[in-house]
Design a protein around this ligand. Sequence first.
Ligand code: PLP
Length: 406
Amino acid sequence: MSHDPERFVASHVKDLPRSGIRDFFAVVSEMPQAISLGIGEPDFVTPWHIREAAIFALEKGCTSYTDNRGLLRLRREISKYVAGLFGPEYDPAEEILVTVGVSEAVDIALRAILNPGDKVLYHEPCYVSYAPSVALAGGEAIAVGTRPEDDFALDTSAFEEAWEPGCKALLLNFPTNPTGGTADRKKLESLARFAVEKDLLVISDEIYAELTYEGEHVGIASLPGMRERTLLLHGFSKAFAMTGFRIGYACGPAELIEAMMKVHQYCMMCAPILSQEAAVEALVHGVDDVARMKEQYRRRRDYLVRRFSELGLSCQSPRGSFYTFPSVRGSGLDEVTFAHRLLREAEVAVVPGTAFGEHWANHVRASFSTSYPRLVEATERMARFLDKVQVSKDSAPEPAPEPVGA
Ligand code: PLP
């Protein structure tokens, strides 16, 4: 009999790629002088009054489970907040589910709606968990590209082309990780028409909504006819700098929230009570903190985009999120070599674009959720690195010409 424990692992899990980001950042964490522009979380510590709310709740002895759907007080605050930010009103009793981050919300939304083989359209480059989450839920993910020359905006005609029978859902994320692309009202209206025409459920991950720098964020659920076919996913990790609290939520029609609740109840029971208490405080008193952090991000974004173009790395100015997605083609290196050499030789970490979709060669993700002085230092290091790369490129022998037809 085989003694290899791997034989117990399900084949669809064996087939899943490991997240390239985590492996890369395990290396970075061993390099104390490295400046990481790779991580997808705020450098800000959660505002003090929010931490204090969690401490106070612990002092009061809040150590129990909560309602599976989350504390009603929190769901009421979410309902008010969402109505202000995204448009639709959701009933706290039946149309809101508090989850363990948007990560859990994506997972249970897919598990609640997909039958084996159902197809899900999503756009690339995108957050690393989407295609694996679809696969884990027994579905088939169909990627649709976005383009730098369109500011990585979502384009309905690309979705129309990719559509095929069996498509059940459209998984959207805007502002987008890793490109910072957004979707304006016109683009969303056209996507909404497409969703209605093809009878698709929209799963809309709007976790970066507050971090929109150009124009206003429009929630797709607020468009006519969309509330009934949209699951809006949102959370506290990014705008409120609360990644470690692991708290998010889903809003949508009662029937779909009930289906998600069933999955949530059996796998998670409820989100942690201390995080829920902190989330109430965030919504009631934390909105100014979000504005303060957003202004810092905007200033850093403008600096980073300007420096990248001075360094010959072409880079769209992200309209939202805290990521830039520059092309490194100008360096003459592919994205993986660029990221590895930049880390080894200049101690700056960025993520190769191919971590976000196979077509994203020649790009890297560099986030500006790092303090301004560290961004300045990181770009100085990059400038020295690029000079060195340029010198070795100039002194390298001419490559042999490619054989015709190769
Ligand atoms: N969705 C997107 C687009 C993200 O970028 C991330 C984290 O990077 C998540 C969801 C996960 O968020 P949470 O911390 O709420 O699980």
